[in-house]
Ligand binder design. Sequence first.
Ligand code: F6P
Length: 468
Amino acid sequence: MSRLVVVTNRVPSADELTHLEQGSVAVGGLVSAVKSMMLRQRGLWLGWSGRGTSRGRPGAPGATFSHGPVDLATIDLSEDELNLYYTGFANRTLWPLLHCFLERVSIRRESYRAYQRINRRFAETLFPLLKPDDAVWVHDYQLFLVGHFLRQAGWKGKLGYFLHVPFPPTEAFDILPWGPEILQGLLQYDLVGLHTESYRRNLVNALAAETDGAWDGRNFTYDGRTSRIGVYPIGIEPDEFREPARLSVPSLSDVLSLPPDPDNKIIVGVDRLDYTKGIPLRLRALDRMLERRPSMRGKVTFVQISAPSRTRVPEYVKEREDVEMLVGQINGKFSEMGWAPIRYLYRYFPQRDLARFYHDADVGMVTPLRDGMNLIAKEFVAAQGDDPGVLLLSRFSGAAVEMGDAVVVNPYDIDGTSEALYMALQMPKPERVERWRSMMDVVVSNSSSHWGESFYGDLERGTEGISG
Ligand code: F6P
């Protein structure tokens, strides 16, 4: 087997890796999936250290360290570089574009130039560390062009890429002036992976519109190069959310000092605080349910956990203000002595606490407006026990493709979502168990190890033997 070399925008520090193994820290889905894969085999992991360096030290080579079988190499970025590449092009241009929030897309040449420079730096830092038999796997939209610059540096070996977010329809992708370069860059990879068939279709349509290449249902061939384009839905490690992981942690009612009342139902929402996650519409659906179903007042507590995210990006600052204002309005409207409909927590929680919260909830609301996969949905399912809660899941998440036994909602339809929420709160146990079992089968079989192994296996086998 080749040595696996993974490249991600950010790598965890040595401390974070230790905490990750103990479940005492929560990180994004990408890092937790890659970490499970990397800790099982010998490999190299390269990425930004997660810190901005002071002015005058732009892009100095960062630290290298080992953790178990993995060698980690980091790249430092200056504050200016971070503002243009990460906050600017990755988070204010590509993120809204790929999630189809077109009115939020910022087009700035300076940001794109920084994005090119940093992608080139990733490639040029990596190239001297590579051995000819390595299999290089680049991740996500922050690093689209790393493959292009690696080939330019002379890399002839195996090269794969996975996009963790949606790929939008051509009409949306077209608004990016540098879309053609990004698409050409993608064709430098031997294998490109996406979460769903519809993202793959969108990408192939964009490639076909841009080039006169040929698509045979698996391979895109253009200018003498063939790239496989496959579907690999990412998962979680279900055992990390099952009982033993939760035992030592206080219950949600204890954490929130909720009065013990078996009739009081708990709804939970857990998200990075991001405008794609649909938190305001979710709160409006709760508001609508409490208006239309007065019997639910005093009987239900909605716990929204929002993890701080991308706090330098103005759209995220505004989203936080909007969410917090709505929480205040709804609580002001319905609260009674000893009961408030919403408990709002703006902070990070370790993974094992989240596992306990999911387990204690009667309903998990995962209602993004657009989401590549959404691993919270899978974590919620994995954490349930004999008396499982109900998952309310947006049809605009990649997870909905695999988890049709959730209560699937359109989050833009506030009336529909509020009725689905009411129904979920009343759902009898046999139906809850039946739906949960079928979703749990998916979560167990499409775990993050399965995802990593199938992509890596296909990259290893080369274009001839790929199954995705
Ligand atoms: O999956 C999308 C993604 O941007 C990942 O690349 C990243 O790990 C995660 O969301 C969290 O985002 P950020 O690194 O910008 O905090």
